[in-house]
Design a protein around this ligand. Sequence first.
Ligand SMILES: [Zn+2]
Length: 333
Amino acid sequence: MKPLPWQKEVWATIAGSIREQRLSHALLLAGPDGAGKRHFAGCITAALWCRNLASDGSACGECADCLQVASGAHSGYFLVRAEEGKRDISIDQVRALSEKLTMTQYDGRAKVAIIEPADALNVNGVNALLKTIEEPTPGSHLLLVSARPQALAATLRSRCQRVRLAAPGRAIALDWLRNTSGGKHDDATLAAALDHAFGAPLKALQLLDGAGLAQRSDWSRGLVDLAGGRGEPATFAAAINEADPVGWLQWLYGWMSRLLRMRIAASADDDAAIVSLAQRLPAELLDRYIAEVQAMLAKVHGPADKKLLIESLLIGWLALLARAGRAAQNRPS
Ligand SMILES: [Zn+2]
């Protein structure tokens, strides 16, 4: 299991710690969705067990231990995620994990627990986990994965060694996508997928594999259409709700953040219609809207009516445009 091309530098540090047997008991792997955090966690896990490490300290990918890690069946490997349909990782899940970590392994080798996303731990879960971190079982490692490390309790964050896993620059990302997708897509399609994934290569790959890319192109066009006085929020909301409401909200957050960036620094790759839209919008109004989207992201997992949530955000988008229009009229020329 090789780290991704843009993770080589950070890998060298981690590989050094593994070689010297001083890898921290608790690591916080932080970085945007689709930048390869989970892959990196897999690389660490495999390297802790592999008996045939490569010269860069990465796992061979072929020995019995590596194959077991790859299939998720290794006896010293535990993955903790929120249960189906739930938002939080429960205290019971954390307790069960702590128990498994404290039982001794058959041959005293490493045990690894991946908690993903770590920001799904609730207060009780965090407290239970803190005990495990403060009295670690020798050879046990917790890998906390999070795209929102700021949402983690400070008490937990401060006890973890933070490993930053950023998305690569555009050229490296496109190169990787080209190689990984096996020539199935032309460069324009790869670039569009990367745009809709906000620069995160693994997310882009996922969009290319399914209907995600076409969906996001529709969403983008829908927002531009609404801005141009075309289309109805209710109709658009129904279509989004049918397709992928949570995916839309996450995408909308990224899309609006990108508008904010475009106001200041549009690049040649950016869509001209979207750039001109961005330049019409005052930063403080966009900021406020982005905060609204964030608040909705927290609600969308609950019992709230998703279609209504989406519709209210679309109406908010129209209100933002109207306010921006009035602000422009009042500006002295
Ligand atoms: Zn191996």
